[in-house]
Ligand binder design. Sequence first.
Ligand code: UD1
Length: 425
Amino acid sequence: MEILRINGGNKLEGTARVQGAKNSVLPIMAASLLARGTTVIHNCPRLSDVDAAVKILTHLGCGITREGGRVIINSSSVTRCDIPHELMREMRSSVIFLGAVLARCGEAVLSMPGGCELGPRPVDLHIEALRSLGAEITRDGGNISCRAAKMKGCRVNLDFPSVGATENTMLFAACCDGATVITNAAREPEIWDLQSYLTRLGYRVHGAGTPEVTVEGAAVSGDTEHSVIPDRVVAATYLAAAACTGGDIEITGVVPGHLAAAADALAGMGCRVTGSCDSVRIDASTPRRAIRPVVTRPYPGFPTDAQPPIMAACLRAEGTTVFVENIFENRYRHTDEMKRLGADIRIEGRVAMVTGVKRLRGAPVVSTDLRGGASLVLAALMAEGVTEVSGVRHIDRGYDDLAGVLRSLGAEVSRTRIADMTGFE
Ligand code: UD1
């Protein structure tokens, strides 16, 4: 297995460019099934979740080529509509293929994972939305079978603005007769990016970024190119890393507006955060202090994915910061590992109380999920001595060379292969 070995204490300094957004590229890769032609995706990060999506598309019959940051998907001939369990389980969010496969093939058979690192993974909102557009759906054990009996656009209200359910509904609606109006839609920037891809393909989609997204069904095919938006969670992670170490860095290639909630939290700690048109700089040279409660909510609220890295930045801030996690029920698994480094964290249900400590000390820790794993690396950057983070495969799902980027900013981080004695990987 591989571990990240971090020798803490270095201040981060310099400039790094952020990767393309994982949460944009995955739904767009699924959406490429609708193109019936060639889609070239630019700014695609190197991630194991992208590898998993490539495997799924290949299994379905698409031709895929990867060249650096480009993925070229030829979906002219899709030969099957099932995705087996071993492919589905590789990617937490593989359910985003449901709407696209159903739209393209008129049927879809997917094996549904029961849960994931963050807790149960219900798909009721996805199913309800697709049913209202005319899909017949049956669940049998771990499988979900869908048939597009009639495909008729209508008004679809989501009880919660789920990102994945909004994306699945948009993709299925693109092939339904007439217009679909999704109300209480997710407003995340990645929804806008999916709209932008579908529009490039020739679909008429509007409203992304607001709670009402309209998709007009059409028969569209053709070749297209699309560049995915910058990854706001990865950018927030690097900014938080600078805050942890009292550093001064600039992250380029970002959309500063997408980072508003995380930047506000960091500014509240006493960091100087300034944005230009496509970069954000953070100067964390003054001591950090606790901030007002960090309450995770759908966009534009504080993103659940940025909760663990911002928590890392609070571990040595003076005073107590309260976190309230409203999106995923199992999103504090990193806190036990942070405590191994000396952090003072108390958990009561959805609430975590983090009281800043004077010092953290390196120790072996285990990453159990993507953002939690990254937050352990951040904590290690300010711990005295060496921290070894195992479970690196979780981090690889969403960070394109986290160790390399941190090294380029002055951190002492190496990636090492060690004999697997633990059975963790
Ligand atoms: C997406 C992101 C993920 C981010 C999350 C919330 C991708 C690939 N992943 O995940 O990084 O953490 O948004 O911003 O874009 N829910 C239901 N029923 C459903 C669907 C969801 O109850 O049918 C619940 C979930 O259990 C969760 C909440 O809604 O509590 C939010 O989930 P959702 O917005 O769907 O997240 P994802 O699309 O899975």
